[in-house]
Design a protein around this ligand. Structure first.
Ligand code: ADP
Ligand code: ZN
Ligand code: ZN
Length: 720
């Protein structure tokens, strides 16, 4: 029996650093367990991180804990260590780190209960049955493919009454029980580079090995993951698979289900109800779920026996959380793999410069897939439309219109990519050049003609479309520039009979609509897709042969040093949607800078040329990955107060700087957002450790700051 202590130190979700001491008889076995304690006048839930016999707080002021949930397994030590690491590295209170990494249900006062899963199997009668009803037949079809399916997984796709009906009719039976042993459906023979990648990884399964799987779009990275995963599953271990976006989960879930029939797969993302989320989380913790598929927060899932982490589309900025604990799930995944002593695979067609740099330095091992996996599929041909000379009708060049009409004749799909939603990015008065601005932000209001509104894309403010210029009384207000809605209507003008699908944040606002649109595209029920970067991510559209890219030039000369990297990734990804099956693809880019090195690299599908070029620029300018950065952002109702606070920070910081460069405080690039004025101060150092030590000294002194300024720190910031 473990020694009994009388004090527990717990993490609770309050914005104060450190742990809170309570009285409870507890042993080291209680570390990682959930507790309920009194806090002020309330009761709240927390997690025990330490047990001990002494407290800094006088014992008569300590309060007893109400309850320790001993019926649930505790969080394991590795995960608790990971929380501690994140709290230290991102300089965020440990209580907030721990409690926000856990499903909401863990913050309630109730015990948790893992609902036992039932397994449905097809009966003899069900084998041949053809009952009335679409859902019944789809259910039977699923069971004919996988004769045993878990109730929980079926319930994500089918309504409960249909499942009950199937059981009532005797076409299927439900029984509790262990999931079937790992079964692996037939799979394609790997090509040589895939084979090298898989055997490289499989040859190094024991211990921490970070891999960068750099494979062009359509090179079959998924197949590499699948074959590695299948070995991990056979070893009896679990897999954590991270994707940048919730929209990518349904397709992958399908891929996993058909490759590993009968294997329990749990999704963890923001689209789940609190109950579904905690159930899936518990399944991961108890080892029932073999594969956990999730977005960034899933990096903090507890596992019974984790054997592999995959971060797909690792370059994607969505892995970075932009509020609260500002962590990069990709970086935390690598850190976690290191702590768990397991391999981690970062995959991308356009790796982040940070990861590519790490591979060049030998910190990560590089695996390359240079060609498309399907024999007939080649990378698309990239052509440019020179906007300085080509004829244009509105936003579309004549060349692009011709290319689209050719696709319509051939019954192939086209995609027009424009990274701006709404009708046009601004309205302008034709006589005095007045434009409507957001009153709460330093931004223009975007014209949304479909909705009849002007909208701010930063704070969500909206208002009616103004008809008269408030400045000069002119009635002629004109839209300038193009957004998805305007391109959609121009396309309709050119191709009145085409089926056009607009895909942007406005058109997929409803929870299910993006999935329905994806189905439509796959079934060939759309001829032309118009959309933003939502379309660029990881989707496979077999009949798509043309990608038109409008107005990418602005990012070439942005003040954000990451803009070119992002632009290249975005364009390479969206181009990669073309010609993935048999038919060759074409990409047409409308630009005024056809000779720009970024476009040249894109034309030759030469990520490396691009990466080398950008790395050289970063090195010369002293930007990441050659230095490490941290920001303190301050916001206040008045810019003077925000700047004054940062001036105070700057004065203290300059005294400790050492090998850390302290930049002058400056207004943020979005200086005003939601009625708050924003400013920031940047610190950087070639040495991560020095920067960390610097922050460790600087930050504690700032906590007692004034109330009119809110501030936070962002380590490894992506946005400025
Ligand atoms: P990526 O994720 O690298 O963009 P995918 O994994 O989507 O590429 O693969 C592209 C296509 O190639 C898919 O249709 C996949 O089924 C197919 N594929 C992958 N590997 C092979 C292989 N070894 N032989 C034949 N087809 C393959
Ligand atoms: Zn005017
Ligand atoms: Zn606004």
């Amino acid at each position: 029996m473990d020694k009994i202590h009388k004090i527990i130190r717990i993490a609770i979700d309050v914005p104060v650093p450190g742990l809170f001491d309570y009285l409870a008889e507890a042993s080291s076995e209680d570390i990682g367990r959930r507790v309920i304690v009194p806090f002020g006048k309330k009761q709240i839930a927390g997690i025990v991180l330490e047990v001990g016999s002494h407290s800094e707080v006088p014992e008569n002021r300590l309060k007893p804990a109400f309850r320790i949930f001993r019926e649930n397994p505790p969080l394991d030590r590795n995960l608790l260590d990971l929380f501690r690491f994140c709290s230290g590295y991102y300089h965020h209170p440990i209580g907030s780190v721990v409690m926000n990494a856990l499903p909401a249900k863990l913050k309630t006062l109730e015990p948790l209960e893992l609902k036992q899963d039932l397994f449905l199997s097809l009966t003899e009668a069900g084998r041949m049955a053809q009952p009335r009803g679409r859902n019944l037949n789809r259910l039977l079809d699923s069971l004919r493919v996988n004769p045993v399916l878990s109730m929980n997984s079926l319930r994500t796709e089918f309504p409960l009454p249909s499942i009950r009906k199937l059981l009532d009719l005797g076409f299927a039976e439900a029984a509790p029980g262990k999931p079937a042993p790992i079964e692996i459906a037939p799979h394609p023979v790997l090509n040589e580079s895939q084979h090298n990648a898989v055997s490289g990884i499989l040859g190094n399964l024991s211990g921490f090995h970070p891999w960068l799987l750099f494979g062009v779009t359509g090179s079959g990275k998924t197949e590499v993951y699948l074959q590695v995963i299948s070995r991990i599953l056979q070893m009896g271990r679990q897999v954590l698979f991270l994707v940048p976006e919730i929209n990518l989960t349904p397709h992958l879930e399908q891929v996993f289900k058909s490759r590993f029939p009968g294997t329990s797969i749990a999704s963890l993302h923001s689209g789940l109800s609190d109950t579904e989320r905690v159930q899936n989380w518990l399944k991961a913790q108890t080892g029932q779920a073999r594969i956990v598929l999730g977005t960034r927060l899933a990096v903090f899932t507890p596992f019974f026996s984790l054997g592999l982490i995959v971060v797909d589309e690792e370059h994607d900025a969505s892995f970075k959380q932009q509020e609260g604990l500002r962590y990069s799930a990709r970086d935390v995944a690598v850190m976690r793999a290191k702590r768990e002593n397991i391999p981690v695979i970062l995959g991308s067609a356009t790796p982040s410069l940070e990861s590519y740099f790490s591979a060049m330095k030998g910190r990560y091992r590089l695996l390359e897939l240079k060609t498309r996996a399907v024999l007939e599929a080649r990378l698309p041909e990239v052509h440019f439309v020179d906007l300085r000379s080509e004829k244009r009708h509105g936003g579309l060049s004549e060349k692009l219109i011709k290319a689209v009409s050719l696709r319509l004749e051939r019954k192939e799909q086209s995609l027009i990519f424009i990274n701006r939603r709404g009708y046009s990015p601004a309205l302008i008065c034709s006589s005095c050049s007045w434009t409507p601005d957001c009153k709460r932000c330093s931004s223009r209001l975007v014209l949304h003609l479909k909705e009849g509104r002007l909208r701010c894309h930063y704070c969500g403010h909206e208002e009616k479309i103004v008809q008269t210029c408030p400045h000069c009384g002119n009635l002629d207000l004109k839209p300038v520039g193009h957004g998805t809605q305007r391109i959609e209507s121009e396309l309709l003008g050119h191709f009145p009979h085409a089926r056009i699908l607009r895909i942007d944040r406005d058109s997929i606002r409803k929870k299910k609509s993006w999935n329905e649109m994806l189905q439509k595209i796959r079934r060939g029920e759309a001829d032309i897709l118009v959309g933003t970067q939502i379309l660029a991510k990881g989707h496979d559209f077999p009949n798509l042969t043309l990608v038109g890219i409008l107005n990418p030039d602005a990012s070439l000369y942005s003040s954000d040093f990451r803009a070119s990297e992002r632009l290249f990734a975005q364009l390479a990804q969206v181009s990669g949607r073309a010609g993935r099956a048999g038919s060759p693809g074409e990409v047409l880019i409308q630009t005024e800078f056809i000779d720009h090195p970024l476009y040249v690299a894109l034309k030759h599908h030469d990520y490396r040329a691009m990466a080398e070029l950008l790395l050289e620029e970063r090195k010369a300018a002293g930007f990441p990955p050659y230095v490490h950065q941290a920001l303190i952002r301050a916001e206040s109702a008045s810019i003077e107060q925000a700047m004054a606070f940062l001036g105070h920070v700057s004065a203290i910081a300059s005294n400790l700087a050492g090998e850390v460069t302290v930049f002058d405080p400056a207004p943020a690039s979005m200086a005003r957002l939601g009625n708050m004025e924003r400013a920031q101060i940047l610190f950087q150092s070639p040495f991560r450790k020095k920067l960390q030590e610097f922050l460790d000294t600087l930050l504690p002194g700032l906590n007692s700051s004034n109330r009119t300024v809110r501030w936070h720190v962002d380590v490894d910031p992506l946005e400025f």
